[in-house]
Design a protein around this ligand. Sequence first.
Ligand code: MBD
Ligand code: FE
Length: 312
Amino acid sequence: MSVKIFDSSEVQDFLRLASGLDGKAGSARAKEIIHRIVSDLYKAIEDLNITSDEYWAGVAYLNTLGARGEAGLLSPGLGFDRYFDMRMDAEDESQGAKTGTPRTIEGPLYVSGAPVEQGFARLDDGSDPNGHTLIMHGTVRGADGAPMPGAKVEVWHCNTKGFYSHFDPTGEQTPFNMRRTIIADAKGQYRFQSIVPHGYGCPPDGPTQQLLNLLGRHGNRPAHIHFFVTADGHRKLTTQINIDGDPLLNDDFAYATREGLVPPLFERTDEASIKANGLSGPFAEIEFDLTLSALIDGEDTQIVDRPRLAVA
Ligand code: MBD
Ligand code: FE
């Protein structure tokens, strides 16, 4: 088809009608957004001559995406999560805001309600047969660089199969395995024992991977550990660290790797270190400080409200 009708008054009036812009009821914001997005799609259909078959394949795809619960997975895969971070970074820069530890995306696998521990937590339940012990620790610092006793460090990561508790298709993990909230101690320090995670891969038979295949892309992430960090007078930090040396460090399907978020990992094999940590064998150690940024005009401009799985 080569006929062009998008710019006609018939189509433009129709877009306004279908978006509810002719009436008073409903939400002005929803109308504005839907009108823009539907208009852009109509235009794409015309410009790219998207066929009926292609369109209906897309509709069926959306049904599958929802049925499989993967909308929040396709989102980072198409870079939307990273794009929102780019926008926040640019906004901070334009305001001359002093930032701390770089932010990076939350991802779709946080669960609220994890056990709360003071200063130190053991994250894993000890059941992963391939688990290599990890000790990770650091200081939570405020915008002025001073340690922040009482800061809340929420941490979550996956096991050596790349599966997260509460989202594990094998059903093998106990609730909140590798998920904890750690309250920084009197020196502002947090510390945990866990196992070194493996990278994550999208479900190979799922709709996200199906679309990535069409783009000639893989659906894997390098090994990483997620954090939310909150403290009085500061903006909530959402970030991750990567496990150094992972082959996908700079080839993350979710685009979350950032400079400053790949701390060195040290293999400790000496008896003194093993003993000092109450362990029985070699382990990996990561030290990483988490530095928060101040509220902007009293506001947390980087807090994100999104539906999250909450488990009591
Ligand atoms: C993850 O573990 C993750 O962190 C992201 C961003 C997407 C999919 C799985
Ligand atoms: Fe993750």
